[in-house]
Design a protein. Structure first.
Length: 166
């Protein structure tokens, strides 16, 4: 009986170590960003592949989202600060957004980064079915998603992460 009890302890311990290792592996693995090809609001083709080697923030937003619209000047300032070092920003307006409203907001706020409208929802779907705005994905220079942010951004943390991926 003691032999069986000792064996059960070892099997239980081995199982626990396996579960901990699997959870750790799952939390530390960085998924690849989806390949993305779109046309921006000026008619130019855009793909994430064109920015390989640079950190990229993909920002899902909507003109009907007050928080999204309010943060656009902050995003523009962040982009202007980090773009000279290679940082890129792709703002993806949701499929329910009216293209003319998106263009108006971009012009009104003089947004310096690339903006696309996800007219068929394909881009949001490729990032796991984004439905909440704002939702952001920080992609490192190797094309790996290193952070997902839902809601307000911590710009100092984002700056630290962007600097560390240089």
């Amino acid at each position: 009986m003691t032999m069986q009890w000792g064996m059960k302890k070892w099997v239980g311990l081995l199982l626990l170590v396996s579960v901990v290792a699997a959870v750790y592996w799952g939390l530390t693995q960085k998924p690849n960003a989806p390949s993305l090809q779109a046309i921006d609001i000026t008619g130019r083709p855009v793909s994430l592949a064109q920015w390989h080697g640079h950190p990229v923030l993909v920002d899902f937003w909507a003109t009907s989202c007050p928080g999204c619209v309010q943060e656009m000047p902050k995003l523009a300032a962040f982009y202007r600060q980090f773009h000279p070092a290679g940082f890129e920003l792709l703002a993806v307006a949701m499929n329910y957004d009216d293209v003319s409203q998106v263009r108006h907001l971009v012009a009104e706020q003089n947004l310096p980064f690339t903006v696309v409208v996800d007219t068929d929802g394909r881009i949001a779907q490729s990032f796991g079915g984004v439905t909440v705005t704002p939702t952001d994905f920080l992609i490192d220079e190797k094309g790996k998603i290193v952070q997902q942010i839902i809601g307000d951004k911590d710009y100092s943390d984002l700056a630290r992460r962007v600097k560390s991926s240089d």
